[in-house]
Design a protein around this ligand. Structure first.
Ligand SMILES: CC(C)(COP(=O)(O)OP(=O)(O)OC[C@H]1O[C@@H](n2cnc3c(N)ncnc32)[C@H](O)[C@@H]1OP(=O)(O)O)[C@@H](O)C(=O)NCCC(=O)NCCS
Length: 150
């Protein structure tokens, strides 16, 4: 059930101390615990300042997160491209503009670093994420997703 709040979320950089709260949100949105995965992500975030990782907090509780950054010519993608790796909002706090706020904060700093276009990957069956990205202005792009079974 959505928990309506009149307190504005505070957006701040993610820190290693956020691990447990992020894992809890991830369990709620994906229904399986992935603490090792998140530990690895937080280690990467700490070591690579070009990665942008933010959390939204309400009354001291982490209620959402976003990880992304600017391209450094990976896969021939130029530096004016930014990407979103992952985004998640606690279901109790969804529908209140928190994901939108996290995205706006992240892109503000990316724009200052020359980024003018954002990329992300979404599975075509994930209507919720597709609707979210569409509502903030994303459209189908020119990159082609290649895959092969081994
Ligand atoms: C997608 C998600 C991030 C949206 O978070 P949110 O804080 O509820 O989104 P917002 O309140 O900022 O919504 C922004 C826009 O997206 C749209 N939107 C968000 N959730 C939606 C839904 N479930 N259905 C339709 N539209 C939706 C809203 O309509 C809103 O548009 P508007 O401003 O024009 O009204 C959230 O539902 C989530 O965490 N989903 C799971 C994410 C996931 O699987 N991540 C990968 C693993 S970490």
């Amino acid at each position: 059930m959505s928990e309506s709040t009149s307190v504005s979320p505070v957006v701040r950089p993610m820190t290693p101390a956020d691990l447990d709260e992020i894992v809890s949100i991830d369990i709620k949105v994906l229904t399986r615990p992935r603490p090792e995965y998140w530990q690895m992500k937080l280690d990467i975030v700490e070591k690579h300042p070009q990665i942008s990782a933010l959390v939204a907090e309400i009354k001291g509780q982490v209620v959402g997160f976003i990880i992304g950054g600017a391209s450094r010519w990976e896969y021939g993608v130029p530096e004016n491209i930014g990407w979103i790796d992952t985004i998640g909002v606690d279901p109790d706090f969804q529908g209140q503009g928190i994901a939108k706020l996290l995205f706006a904060n992240m892109t503000e700093s990316l724009k200052e670093n020359g980024v003018d276009t954002m990329y992300t990957f979404v599975t075509r069956r994930d209507w919720r994420l597709l609707k979210f990205f569409n509502s903030i202005g994303f459209q189908k792009g020119d990159m082609v997703n290649l895959e092969m079974e081994l």
